[in-house]
Design a protein around this ligand. Structure first.
Ligand code: TYD
Length: 136
């Protein structure tokens, strides 16, 4: 599976580091929503869903975590441990987030506002959905 991980430009000087993200430049979709997870309980696995029509970029702006990706045919494990890295997740991708460090802050930039009807929360349903898409 092709995993799209961005290394954003770091504007560093003797005061420290800064990363700037702009819609249409570093971020290839309109940013309609930002959310973030923190104080994640040790051992927890989050996510367990896919989206029919949503693009996202995940940035672990502090600490580290891992992301399990599954497109219905292949899987990948991705570690995010730098605040200048972004993982792009397209439509139709099952994701689970795990191995959060105790200080992890996982920020997500999303292309549409929150819509529960866009979620596929059953793995079996996800497999049926992507197989159906493939054969359309
Ligand atoms: P949930 O989908 O369970 O998170 P995860 O994918 O990490 O397991 O979301 C947790 C709660 O937050 C749930 O009550 C829905 C709410 N929520 C929003 O209100 N807006 C959002 O943009 C998101 C992602 C979640």
């Amino acid at each position: 599976m092709e995993v799209i991980k961005y290394a954003f430009q770091r504007h560093g000087d003797d005061r420290g580091m800064l990363v700037a993200l702009e819609e249409g430049k570093e971020i290839p979709f309109p940013v309609k929503r930002v959310y973030y997870m923190y104080d994640t309980v040790p051992g927890v696995r989050r996510g367990h869903h896919a989206h029919k029509c949503l693009e996202q970029i995940l940035i672990c702006i502090h600490g580290s975590c891992k992301i399990h990706l599954d497109n219905g045919e292949e899987t990948a494990e991705v570690e995010l441990s730098n605040p200048y890295e972004g993982l792009y997740i397209p439509n139709d991708m099952w994701r689970e987030m795990y191995d959060f460090s105790s200080d992890a802050v996982l920020m997500v930039l999303a292309s549409v506002i929150y819509d529960e009807s866009d979620y596929i929360r059953s793995y079996d349903e996800f497999i049926q959905y992507v197989k159906g898409n493939t054969h359309e």
